[in-house]
Ligand binder design. Structure first.
Ligand code: GLU
Length: 305
């Protein structure tokens, strides 16, 4: 079976050097391993992912010299599939709707914090865990307020067998705090609490769509930035709940700006389009991001851990 790689940008802003690194690394690994390279537009946010941004992204990727198999998969064409899978979770009673606003959540967290000696628990992205027990009144559908669908983490863990350790195969160096055994990382989905699986505004979420589409596209190697390392805990749980295959993961290092900060999609001046227009060549870009032999060896699974 041929390995299948993908690059899956969200066209809600401009591509930057970090994206160039990820896309070129995936492309190069697919070439070296005799595999396929697919492109997926993660454009579930139909307001921010404008046709202009999508077109700009395709142009940037072509300029990088990438060649992908057609057709490109647009997540905005798959809302029906996402709803179908949410329905499956609903039938197992693993999701619930909540109309709580950010303000409601903030207030509930402040209230919960008052009775705690330690800091209120946060998810790996630093957001406070959803305080469901203080927001039950927001689960009623009668008021007609827009609702998000949340995973009932407690029930989801019971569903897969709470005492069953969940792992993912990881080829990268991982992050501090990761429990790695023989190239496998122990997933900790509970750390995310009752996450949103369908946002109020777009009927799905990154987490749900990414696992469904990795499966739909037959992705065998999921090569993406270390910023998504802990999200994989949740992705593994969803794969178990929805009977999906699991790819091998390689969370690669991130490219920072000259000040060591994470690159941002909102900084136009560091975008690939801006660099290109101001005379930066593809060769310069490749020098700037510098994919090393070690980056490639990890992706080829050649670095022993
Ligand atoms: N669409 C995500 C992003 O642009 C990446 C998703 C992934 O690679 O899993 O950050």
């Amino acid at each position: 079976m041929k390995p299948v790689f993908r690059f899956a940008p969200s066209p809600n802003g401009a591509l930057h050097l970090g994206h160039a690194f990820s896309a070129l690394l995936n492309f190069e690994l697919a070439k070296r391993l005799g595999g396929r390279f697919l492109l997926r537009m993660e454009d579930i946010d139909v307001i921010r992912c404008t046709p202009e941004r999508r077109a700009q992204m395709l142009m940037d990727l072509e300029w990088l010299g990438l060649e992908w198999e057609e057709p490109v998969l647009y997540q905005s064409s798959r809302f029906e599939q996402y709803s179908g899978q949410l329905e499956r979770l609903a039938q197992k009673d693993l999701i619930y709707s909540s109309s709580a606003s950010r303000k409601d959540i903030k207030q509930a967290v402040l209230c919960a914090q008052e009775s705690l000696e330690e800091a209120y628990p946060c998810d790996p992205d630093g957001a406070p865990l959803y305080p469901r027990d203080l927001l039950y009144d927001k689960e009623s559908k009668e008021d007609g307020a827009p609702s998000a669908l949340r995973l009932d983490m407690g029930r989801a863990l019971c569903e897969i067998g709470a005492d069953l350790p969940l792992f993912w195969r990881e080829q990268g160096a991982g992050l501090e705090g990761a429990h790695v055994i023989g190239g496998k990382v122990m997933a900790d989905p509970a750390a995310w609490g009752d996450v949103i699986l369908a946002r109020k505004d777009c009927l799905t979420s990154y987490h749900l769509s990414v696992v469904l589409d990795d499966a739909a596209q037959g992705i065998t190697h999921c090569v993406r930035g270390l910023d998504l390392f802990w999200a994989t805990s949740l992705h593994r749980l969803l794969q178990e709940l929805l009977d999906l295959p699991q790819p091998t993961y390689y969370h690669h290092r991130l490219i920072n700006n000259a000040w060591g900060e994470k690159l941002s999609k909102s900084r136009q001046d560091l975008s690939l389009a801006h660099l290109r227009e101001s005379g930066t060549t593809l060769r310069d870009i490749k020098t700037m991001i510098e994919i090393t032999d070690e980056d490639l060896a990890m992706g080829e699974g050649a670095v022993p851990k």
